[in-house]
Ligand binder design. Sequence first.
Ligand code: FAD
Length: 456
Amino acid sequence: MTPADELTAQLRTQVAGPVLGPGDDDFATEVAAQNTAVLHVPDVAVGLTSEADAVAVVNAAAASGTPVRVLATGHGSATPVTGGILVTTSRLTGVTIDVENRVAHIAAGTRWREVIEAAAEHGLAPICGASDNVGTIGYIVGGGLGPLARTFGFSSDWARGFRVVTADGSVVSANATENPDLFWALRGGKGGFGIVTSMDFELVELSTLYGGSLFFDAEHIASVFTTWVEWTQTLPEEATSSVVILRLPPLPFIPEPLRGKTVLSLRFAYIGDQAEGERLLEPIRAVAPALIDAVAEMQAAQIATIHNDPTDPGPGWDRGMLLNQIDNDFAAALLEGVGPDKELPVVAIELRHLGGATKRDVPEGSAVGGRNADYTLIFIGVPDPSLFDTVLPKVVDGVLAPLAPWISPETNVNYAGGFFIPGSYDASWPADTLTRLNAVRATYDPNTVFPYGPPA
Ligand SMILES: Cc1cc2nc3c(=O)[nH]c(=O)nc-3n(C[C@H](O)[C@H](O)[C@H](O)COP(=O)(O)OP(=O)(O)OC[C@H]3O[C@@H](n4cnc5c(N)ncnc54)[C@H](O)[C@@H]3O)c2cc1C
């Protein structure tokens, strides 16, 4: 019996959920990620069914010197987990709403969609990301920048507390008064602290907003994009917007007016009345006729329709970063690299406008990286894994070279794509934050039961 076999056999006696090795039938399904290009091959996969399961895993791991990593939905899977224990949280779902205190109690494996629906029954909403299919904990521990970011800040600013199984097998609360250093770290510091089993998350009163997306044909991309860059500098922080240049395949699931085209989609969300939202958006509508104009008063619970991110698993490659203030020279340089006349193996080039509340930290402080940035920029490659290792990095490096003056030295871990790029781990937090994160890890996990960081 190998040590991994012994550990598997031991865990089967201690854990209620499935304990699977690479030879087991259900192993591949258990470790499958949203990004199907990444195949995790831990020695043991454990499907958590309770906090007690998490404690048993951590105790066995600590005693045997086995590393533990966490898989929720796999939206953040960028590099394969090899060896050790991979715990999955997909069975730990559920949300209850404390209406009086406007707090959602969220189990670790819950996706945003479930929280949005439960909160909406009470006229409440979580400050979530663009996709309601993403996992709540993985998103929040990285900070989280969503369609309402300028109004409400990083989503992690709304976390009120976590329950965590730490490396010594204890279950601790981390909030403003209990283990405040761990609470600080979990709001943006991402991994290497323990297994989060649940989160308390403050909700906002929000039933409707003025939002949605507009699509412009290739011939209007330059004028709309250039206008957007200038227009963002005029918007109040009640308005958040983003643009994405999409190279859409000629496939039946794409709506007919967009099928097979290169288009620009502008997304808009305004927390206020419709008339004022329309007034704010008017300079964009005046630039060119839209192929589709789907900005209107909408239910806050439909927030994921603003970006309409794909929900089916598939191979994914992305490269993200943050930008400082941008201007017409930036717009020209970006369009020179990615304009509709260029042949690029890139499906989407997206910029989101930050600022407003994203620049203000919570009073007690948090570990999130990217507070000083003004925009996000992300490239999403065509879903062809044969291009992921060399072709896409080279293409995107070429586009980025002339954009260097606008690229922020600071990034955010949800945009760092698995730390492939040398230096991207260190850039994901300000230097003093990274030093403090390492100190918190050393306190709660002195023997590195929960390894975290760039690939060795
Ligand atoms: C389609 C899509 C849309 C996205 N939209 C946004 C967006 O709008 N804004 C934004 O900021 N980011 C966005 N992201 C990035 C996303 O927030 C991160 O990839 C995030 O890590 C996903 O979390 P997950 O739990 O779904 O995924 P996973 O890959 O399962 O988890 C990612 C990591 O989170 C940690 N983790 C998860 N659960 C736990 C737990 N219970 N205990 C301890 N650690 C845990 C682990 O380190 C794990 O490796 C998007 C990603 C995709 C693919």
